[in-house]
Design a protein around this ligand. Structure first.
Ligand SMILES: Nc1ncnc2c1ncn2[C@@H]1O[C@H](COP(=O)(O)OP(=O)(O)OP(=O)(O)O)[C@@H](O)[C@H]1O
Length: 658
């Protein structure tokens, strides 16, 4: 087996390999632009090579490999061979064996899955320890000889003090996580996992894996990652680029749906109705209620003659088209086409030979009539009319679907004078998207990853479903962390709204963030959260938990942060939103400004984030601040990687004190 010096020499080979790849890519850019047969291929090839050259030159410099597999002498494809495994492939000279194999390649799978019980042909698995870009150590497991132990390098990685944004976990993906990361592109998954079990990490690595295994398909259709808020996206946004994947769209659902600015806020009762799945039917009725019944013939002039299509035929055309369940805008064009067709038949029976220009002219001449029976419409107009409530003798699309109280909550107390002056709320964006989706199909993605999915309302789920109708989904969440009024209490129901009722629900049960003592404290709340989730165990027996009564919250927080500063790693002070300004001021007065290390986070924004040291200030205030305050507190308590300080000037919530 290679010694540490030999492995260090191998690092140099990797660097040479990368330099060679970069030079080849650059040379090829020049050649590719001139050599291809036609301009189109030259351009495509040139673009591909340029982006490869760019990617290689911009790739962050990190350790070129993190593992090595030495296969034994059992018969098999890899018999007697050795592979270094890294974040990206490094090509061998003259197309020979790669210097480094991409972690996503099939052969690399054994690095994550082989065990003493099932060595999968691997004689030795080696893990490398690095300090920056310097190779410092390695440890071997002789799986072929039945030897497998706790890895210090693995433990150190998991217990590493956190600073800055989230990092990839390619070197230490666990078997139960690897199963999910490498699930096929056609599989829709729902991962239920307690805090810190690696759901987000799994979702991001799954995106990277799918892009590797199905590059062609996904480059065309795209991969979308949806997160709960900007702070969260900021936290996770560097992971995929570090894995060489620059083209994944990462955003929030609100931003994805933002066709109008949000300038209004809904009362809770109004938001509850707007997020209820019955709204889908209300909006469908409101849209399709615009379609009229032809009651008289339509006369279509072509300049020299007025053609006529009679109401019986028109009615048949409209009814047939309605039954075809096409998107509304497609239906409108279908009706137009069929009327044009009827006119064409008449013209032909009179001996005319209609050409394309004549047919287009007839199509235009039909528009005025079409506007009366199947009018063109914009989503804002439809929603405006629904929120304004029924006028005159127009039918109310909500009748029979919503109760009187719900209809009242839904409609504007003071309707704006026109659609132009209407102000829209965040929930309205979801409703507008529903209408837009009825009018025309939105752009779909090959794969969509939705994080913190327990918080999506049924209507929001439908917006996601429209974008993954022809693709697959990875749904990540924890029922216990649901904080919206419409948060899920079962995954089956949400998967149905997400359009994947057969999606597989899988639980992750080992926590990699939160130390065992902190998990025990947070778990006291579980019984009160009214959701059934599987038990988890923490991988970490280290860490520190302190629950401290204080007389003044500001003073207590300052002291706790001062002490936290003596350790390495990030510090997050989490408090009820209303307490944040006072605590920020108290810290600032003592010279403790927010910076890269220190953040003061409103409890409503801390979901999905983690800090090395967390100070939770006044749990009772967090619990009281909203209807699902205990769920929020559960989220806040589970953000800590190494140490958690719980400070309380008031008694702890009863459920926590137990
Ligand atoms: N296999 C692993 N190796 C090393 N670190 C890991 C591994 N799995 C997860 N982690 C780390 O554990 C922490 C929690 O992971 P992640 O944020 O993905 O969990 P989560 O289940 O999404 O948590 P939450 O529900 O609280 O948002 C992260 O720092 C992540 O890097």
């Amino acid at each position: 087996m290679a010694t540490l010096d030999e492995e260090r020499a191998y690092v140099e080979r990797c660097k040479d390999g990368l330099r060679r790849m970069l030079k080849d890519a650059r040379d090829n850019v020049i050649v590719g632009e001139t050599v291809a047969g036609d301009r189109y291929s030259a351009e495509r090839l040139g673009r591909h090579l340029k982006s490869l050259a760019k990617e290689l030159s911009e790739a962050p410099e990190g350790p070129p490999f993190f593992g090595r597999l030495d296969f034994g002498h059992d018969p098999g494809e890899h018999r007697g061979r050795a592979y270094h495994i890294g974040r990206r492939h490094i090509a061998g000279e003259h197309g020979g064996t790669p210097v480094v194999v991409d972690w996503r390649a099939p052969v690399a799978r054994a690095f994550y899955r082989a065990s003493a019980r099932d060595p999968q042909g691997v004689a030795v698995r080696r893990r490398f320890g690095w300090s920056g870009t310097t190779l410092t150590s390695f440890e071997d497991e002789r799986l072929g000889q039945g030897e497998q132990g706790e890895s210090r390098i693995l433990a150190a990685e998991i217990e590493r003090p956190r600073v800055g944004p989230m990092r990839d976990i390619v070197a230490t993906i666990q078997p139960e996580q690897d199963d999910l990361v490498r699930a096929g592109l056609d599989t829709s998954l729902c991962v239920q996992g307690a805090p810190g079990t690696g759901k987000t990490a799994v979702g991001l690595h799954r995106a990277a894996y799918l892009l590797y295994a199905h590059r062609r398909r996904l480059e065309r259709s795209g991969v979308l990652v949806l997160g709960p808020n900007r702070a969260f996206l900021g936290y996770i946004s560097a992971v995929l680029p570090a894995l060489g994947e620059m083209d994944v769209e990462q955003t929030t659902l609100e931003r994805l749906l933002a066709t109008v600015p949000v300038t209004a806020a809904d009362a809770p009762a109004t938001a509850a109705v707007k997020h209820d799945v019955r709204m889908a039917e209300v909006l469908r009725k409101a849209l399709y209620g615009r379609i009229g019944k032809p009651v008289e013939p339509v006369a279509v002039p072509d300049g020299s003659y007025r053609w006529r299509v009679y109401e019986d035929e028109l009615r048949r055309i409209v009814d047939d088209t309605r039954r075809a369940s096409l998107p509304y805008a497609v239906g409108r064009e279908r009706v137009r086409a069929r009327v044009v067709e009827a006119v064409r038949r008449q013209a032909e029976s009179r001996g005319a030979i209609p050409n394309a220009a004549w047919l287009r002219k007839i199509g235009r001449a039909v528009t005025t009539w079409l506007d009366t029976v199947w009018p063109a419409v914009k989503p804002v107009q439809v929603l405006y009319e629904v929120l304004r409530g029924p006028t005159g003798d127009a039918p109310d699309p909500a009748r029979g679907l919503l109760t009187d109280a719900e209809r009242e909550a839904l409609t504007w107390a003071r309707p704006p004078r026109s659609v132009k002056t209407a102000k829209w709320s965040a929930a309205d964006l979801v409703l507008l998207d529903e209408v837009a989706g009825l009018i025309d199909r939105p752009r779909g993605y090959g794969h969509v990853i939705v994080d913190e999915a327990q918080d999506l309302s049924p209507m929001e789920c439908r917006a996601v479903a429209r974008r993954s109708e022809h693709g697959s989904l990875t749904v990540l969440g924890d029922l216990a962390q649901g904080t919206t009024p419409w948060a899920a209490t079962s995954w089956e129901d949400r998967l149905a709204h997400l359009g994947k009722p057969d999606g597989q629900v899988v639980a992750l049960t080992t926590g990699f963030r939160v130390p065992a003592a902190v998990v025990d404290l947070a778990n006291r709340l579980l019984a009160a959260l009214e959701v059934r989730v599987p038990e988890t165990r923490s991988y970490r027996s280290d860490g520190r938990l302190r629950v401290t009564p204080v007389t003044g919250l500001g003073k207590g927080v300052v002291a706790a942060v001062r002490e936290a500063m003596t350790f390495e790693g990030s510090i997050g002070v989490i408090a009820a939103d209303a307490d944040v300004p006072a605590l920020t001021a108290a810290l600032r007065d003592e010279g403790l400004d927010e910076d890269e290390r220190l953040s003061v986070m409103p409890a409503t924004l801390c979901k999905g984030l983690e800090y090395d040291h967390v100070v939770v200030a006044e749990p009772a205030a967090i619990a009281e601040a909203e209807r699902r305050g205990l769920n929020r507190l559960y989220v806040a308590l589970t953000r800590a990687v190494s140490r958690l300080d719980v400070l309380h000037a008031r008694p702890l919530p009863r459920q926590l004190a137990a």
